[in-house]
Design a protein around this ligand. Structure first.
Ligand SMILES: NC(=O)c1ccc[n+]([C@@H]2O[C@H](COP(=O)([O-])OP(=O)(O)OC[C@H]3O[C@@H](n4cnc5c(N)ncnc54)[C@H](O)[C@@H]3O)[C@@H](O)[C@H]2O)c1
Ligand SMILES: O=C(O)CC[C@@H](O)C(=O)O
Length: 413
């Protein structure tokens, strides 16, 4: 359990996978200079070593923060995913250790929507094949199988931040947009929500996936779903690699049932740019294969760097967990000078708050403000008391950590 009040330099930030320099700028301007930066992901052994004394870690999609890795990080207080997806983190193991996980839910969404729009046009025009042939010296000037996007039907699976932006962009090209989502969503423009996935697949000329990775989306496009797609339809996946069965897709391309595909994400992705990439799709000229770069634009990465680093610094400075993905959200005002602030993360069981309040009362300490949020497993309470000297605050922290049910307690200032 973490109990000591820390200076900013004692908070080591371990930043992996080349997160944008904007993250470092934010951390430094917030007074955090103890930053270990790596351009790539670390192998498991090196990661376990590096994370041992890290207070915060910043990753993208390559680093798997399993329970085993989290258990190897006794000081870890916060995780920043410098991306949208958080499926690479064992969120349940993190919350059980009292560790909030933050991400950047919007910053790269436009980049993905733009890439998919470009892929729709390229695939309708059969540009990937023409390009491959031209590179081999073959001049194949034909219009066969080449189409405008205008008037074609786009089917979007998952009408969230990315799917809905794609919807607007595609309509501006004159496409007819349909979508399938497990939630009822407000259609933008003239888009229409379709009740079942099969109805969407049967109807549309292009299908694009924009769902999260979870049990409901695992292999949601397999042999049966590909079979009911329109002949010569196109499949695009820039969501997560687990959503499409790639062997089934390869068969659908082999049999020429589909006219093309664009795939940005894979069930197994190389851990670094130095490792080889293999896929059953590599042999098809009518498949655009990209190395998980849907969100990899300078604009997106810079914004993500600022957004996630700000969330980590704010949590470290004030205890604010606003927009954490796995954790009770507490938004905190800027504290006044005359305050000492404690955090207590505890199992959500009866009596913890009572015990905490009795503890402060028994020491004659006035609680000037208290912020509490709970989730089924975990409660998070931030306690401001009229300022006490450091020794007394440290003594209180020792008591606070002994409150039954406490997972983690910290003294912020
Ligand atoms: N390729 C990249 O570089 C890249 C970049 C950013 C995001 N992503 C991925 O794109 C995906 C979408 O991101 P987003 O920001 O739009 O997410 P989002 O959470 O805003 O939207 C996801 C939508 O999918 C819906 N959904 C969930 N389960 C579903 C199911 N079984 N069937 C149908 N709909 C379902 C949700 O209701 C929601 O509307 C995520 O997997 C994210 O990780 C990839
Ligand atoms: O930048 C990455 O590694 C992941 C990008 C994307 O998949 C996301 O989840 O935001």
């Amino acid at each position: 359990m973490v109990v000591q009040a820390l200076t900013k330099d004692e908070n080591k930030f371990l930043l992996l996978e080349g997160v944008h320099a904007s993250a470092i700028e934010v951390l430094k301007s917030s007074g955090y200079n103890n930053i270990e930066y790596h351009k790539g992901a670390l192998d498991e052994k090196t990661l376990k070593e590096a994370i041992k004394d890290a207070r915060f870690i910043g990753i993208r999609s390559r680093t798997q923060l399993s329970k085993e890795i989290i258990d190897a990080a006794p000081k870890l207080a916060g995780i920043g995913c410098f991306c949208i997806g958080t499926n690479q983190v064992d969120l349940s193991a993190a919350i059980q250790k009292g560790i909030p996980v933050f991400n950047a839910p919007f910053s790269n969404t436009r980049s993905v929507a733009e890439l998919v729009l470009a892929e729709i046009i390229l695939l309708f025009r059969r540009i990937p094949e023409a390009n491959a042939q031209a590179h081999l010296g073959k001049w194949n000037k034909i219009a066969v199988g080449s189409h405008e996007a205008r008037g074609k039907r786009l089917g979007i699976i998952g009408y969230g931040h990315i799917g809905s932006q794609l919807s607007v962009l595609a309509e501006s090209l004159g496409m007819k947009v349909y979508f399938y989502d497990i939630e009822t969503k407000l259609p933008l423009g003239n888009a229409r929500q379709i009740k079942t996935l099969s109805a969407l697949l049967e109807k549309c000329d292009v299908i694009s996936l924009h769902v999260p990775e979870n049990t409901t989306t695992m292999n949601m496009i397999g042999k049966a779903q590909l079979a009911i797609m329109k002949p010569n339809a196109i499949l695009i996946n820039a969501s997560r690699g687990t959503t499409v069965d790639l062997d089934a897709l390869a068969q659908a391309l082999e049999s020429k049932h589909l006219s093309g595909a664009a795939i940005d994400v894979f069930p197994v992705e190389p851990a670094s740019n130095n490792e080889p990439f293999e896929s059953p799709l590599c042999k098809f000229d009518n498949v655009i294969i990209t190395p998980h770069i849907g969100g990899s634009t300078i604009e997106a990465q810079e914004n993500i760097g600022v957004e996630v680093a700000t969330k980590l610094a704010k949590y470290s400075d004030t205890g604010s967990t606003l927009s954490a993905v796995n954790f009770p959200e507490v938004s905190l005002p800027i504290p006044s000078q005359g305050v000492s602030r404690f955090l207590n993360i505890h199992k959500n069981q009866p009596g913890v708050l009572n015990a905490i309040n009795n503890l402060f009362a028994s020491r004659g300490l006035n609680i000037s403000a208290q912020y509490l949020q709970t989730m089924p497993e975990v409660g998070y309470v931030v306690i401001d008391i009229d300022r006490v000297d450091f020794n007394k605050a440290e003594d209180m922290l020792e008591q606070l950590k002994n409150v039954p049910g406490t997972i983690r307690a910290r003294l912020l200032f």
